[in-house]
Design a protein around this ligand. Structure first.
Ligand code: SF4
Length: 465
């Protein structure tokens, strides 16, 4: 049972690292705590609770997690510090020994975060009544150690539902968690457990609530979204169909879909759907079949090329973003050139380039061929330049066209931005910003590039767009 009185009047500071899924979960925790009377600490406030939702996708991410924990402990002396997320699951022992950390929750326990907090506060209050030390962390072998709740990865079964407003405009709806794929470079299946999902009916209900709160755009998030259905026997395409019919939601985007799970049926549905946008984000990782094989990816490059062709045949204007990893073990210069040539010819709009990072415990470490940091940087640079050229060409092809933009709240005195259905960023100059355009879908004509080439300009005509 949750004792809400122990939360009343407290302030909480939140810090999130990593993916959209983590951000969405943190917002949901903040919402749950708000319902119990916890307010969000503003800049300069001293928080009573610090929640750090961590990531462990690279060793840089691990380092950032440790830095964030140290910083929050320092900035909020005496606060109750909770650490959860992928780094907490994978390195729970190390995290629980960090100075100032009170509670470590693994990926399964995260769903009961509020209950764990409530139990800890009740215990603290009872110790305080008896005049004892109120810190939850225990002294062991001369070292203060946090309370730690973490199941082994194979036992992670719970699903923490989450549908939250990322900024004032967009909602993030978590439709799936975990992954069964075990790509050789990736630690996510170890950190988040096996693939699991809630029912279609419960997700439709969350989408309805988001619409009732004024949400016009929902991004579907998850770890391996296309694998939806493992827990319920339902199909991803049926989820998409059901969500498409939710009244009030004008736009859906799918945050990422593995190419082998991006079915032709789904592409065909998106092409004629009411609200699923012509916008795809597909992880390729490598354009070399040799490397794809070493990565234990579930497809070869021809399948990827076929999917893009199919999308573009049905939706020539679709925006396609592609994840690419550079410098992974086994990526010889020839393999990289194959990737570069493949991507150069592919009709896609943007590349998300990630340099490979060695992760302890992964199968990739058994591959003997390694790539130097210098080569990784050079390869990233070349792919980023290719990405810029592709994005620019995609934007350029739309100049002069009429389309719809969902505008997002502007910072006072600054330009207003929004996105078209096919994910082109649009800018309205500061002097033409009107507050009533916030969260509105408006028909505009796309103009030329803005100054830093990150958006296409649009203008008000006689005070109207
Ligand atoms: Fe990691 Fe591969 Fe699963 Fe993606 S599909 S989360 S890269 S194991």
């Amino acid at each position: 049972m949750i004792d809400s009185s122990s939360f009343q009047g407290k302030k909480a500071a939140y810090y999130t690292l990593g993916c959209k899924l983590n951000f969405s979960e943190t917002s949901t925790f903040a919402k749950l705590l708000q319902q119990l009377g916890v307010t969000t600490a503003q800049k300069g406030d001293k928080a009573d609770i610090c929640l750090i939702n961590t990531c462990s996708v690279t060793d840089v991410a691990d380092h950032k997690c440790r830095q964030a924990i140290h910083r929050l402990v320092r900035e909020h002396p005496g606060a109750f510090v909770v650490v959860t997320g992928c780094y907490a699951q994978l390195e729970s022992e190390a995290v629980s020994k960090m100075e100032g950390v009170d509670l470590v929750l693994g990926s399964d326990e995260k769903a009961q975060l509020v209950q764990f907090l409530s139990d800890a506060f009740v215990r603290q209050a009872s110790v305080a009544e008896n005049g004892g030390d109120t810190s939850i962390a225990s002294e062991g072998a001369g070292r203060r150690q946090a309370e730690c709740h973490r199941k082994p990865t194979k036992d992670i079964r719970s699903f923490a539902p989450s549908c939250s407003r990322g900024n004032r405009t967009r909602f993030f709806l978590k439709v799936q968690d975990g992954c069964d794929y075990f790509c050789t470079y990736c630690t996510i299946p170890y950190a988040r457990g096996f693939s699991r999902n809630p029912t279609i009916a419960s997700l439709v209900e969350l989408a309805r609530q988001a619409a009732a709160e004024g949400g016009k755009e929902i991004v579907l998030t998850g770890v391996n979204i296309g694998d939806f259905g493992k827990s319920t026997g339902e199909r991803f395409i049926d989820l998409v169909r059901a969500l498409d019919s939710v009244e009030g939601v004008a736009r859906y985007r799918i945050s990422s879909l593995e190419p082998d799970l991006l079915s032709d049926e789904l592409i065909e549905f998106c092409a004629k759907s009411r609200a699923f946008m012509p916008h795809f984000h597909i992880p390729l990782q490598s354009g070399s079949d040799t490397v794809l094989q070493l990565m234990h990816r579930h497809y070869r490059r021809q399948l990827f090329a076929d999917k893009i062709k199919h999308i573009k045949q049905l939706m020539p204007h679709a925006f396609v973003g592609v994840d690419v990893m550079v410098g992974c073990r086994g990526e010889t210069p020839e393999c990289f050139e194959e990737t570069y040539d493949f991507l150069e010819k592919l009709d896609v709009s943007q590349l998300h380039v990630f340099p490979y990072s060695e992760r302890p415990g992964t199968m990739a470490l058994k591959i003997p061929y390694t790539v130097s940091e210098k080569d990784k940087k050079q390869r990233s640079k070349r792919l980023l330049a290719l990405s810029d050229a592709k994005t620019q060409a995609f934007y350029e092809a739309h100049i002069g066209q009429m389309t719809e933009v969902l505008f997002e709240k502007a910072v006072r005195g600054r330009a207003m931005h929004g996105f078209t259905p096919n994910y082109i960023r649009v800018e309205l100059p500061p002097q033409e910003v009107q507050n009533n355009l916030d969260n509105q879908i408006v028909t505009v004509r796309l103009g030329d590039f803005n100054r830093d080439k990150t958006a296409l300009m649009t203008h008000l005509v006689n005070d109207k767009l």
